[in-house]
Design a protein around this ligand. Sequence first.
Ligand code: HMG
Ligand code: MG
Length: 311
Amino acid sequence: VASNIVNIVEVGPRDGLQNEKGVIPVSVKAELISRLGKAGVQTIEAGSFVSPKWVPQMAGTAEVLLQMERFPGVRYPVLVPNQKGLDAVAALLAAHPAATDEIAVFTAATDAFTRANLNVDTAESLERLAPVARAALDRGLRVRGYVSVAIACPYSGQVDYARVRHVAQALVDMGCYEVSLGDTVGVGTPTQVAEMLEEVKKSIAVGMLAGHFHDTYGTAVANVLTALEHGVRTIDASVGGLGGCPYSPGATGNVATEDVLYALQGSPYHVAGGAAGGTIDLAKMVDIGWWISEQLGRESTSRAGRAIRAR
Ligand code: HMG
Ligand code: MG
């Protein structure tokens, strides 16, 4: 029987901000992470060490990691696409050993999406990531894996869930402690999520899986609940519903963290919290969702965040 404890991985500072057109100051990104830690978030994806030519918004991640306020017991993983990214993390750790203790590597269930995101096909991405994961593990870092387009691909359509299973297995085989299954485009329905998870669970223990849902078609909260029903206990979410993927045209942000917290109120599930102890503070998350959205010149897109603000 799966535990009723749900872990939220807050991906707003990374997935949420990576797609922004304007320049976001390092100080704003650092303050976002500080505020999230204060609100009780346990795991905060702090940024990425990717090519600034590909994703300019993530260029200042090392500075963000040094500026932000840290809370005990909170993890601050960063995305790494290749050896060069890991070298940058290693250089940072040489001067600041506590900067991070976890990286995330990423690939996709289709060759077309992997080419758009990493400039190689899926098999080649796995070949390149395996030594990066090995080197990270040897340095004592934890390694998380992502499989993008786990339901459908913006370039090649409906995805074969057996491919999702094989790619996720390859990530587990290279030492990932957890694999996050991404509905990158945000088109998945609960039925599709259930079918995809049942396929992946044929090979991988459900405790090693996370759900990562974008909300383009408004199904993300339903997909989160479906994933929980199927035993998944780690959910990626983004405060204020920030985000979109640069290689997934039209995709909106991740499921809003506030919406997940609201939907789980009074349920048998308990959302684990970090520094604030107990759980994540919904009211504080609503304020953060509005604060960061206003920094970006717009309103929070979290439905719960909007409704709570209007009360
Ligand atoms: P490439 O152009 O094939 O690589 O890109 P390259 O080796 O030819 O390098 C190009 C330039 O980038 C070179 O600079 C490199 O030095 C530099 P130049 O010599 O021309 O001045 N470079 C780097 N700089 C900093 N850090 C690095 C790095 N690597 C190369 N790590 C590459 C290949 C993998 C670099 C590129 O495709 C890339 O950075 N991709 C990342 C794309 C990305 O960040 N996507 C978004 C995150 S994934 C996502 O959002 C999905 C997820 O949320 C789940 C879901 O929703 O599905 C996780
Ligand atoms: Mg994403």
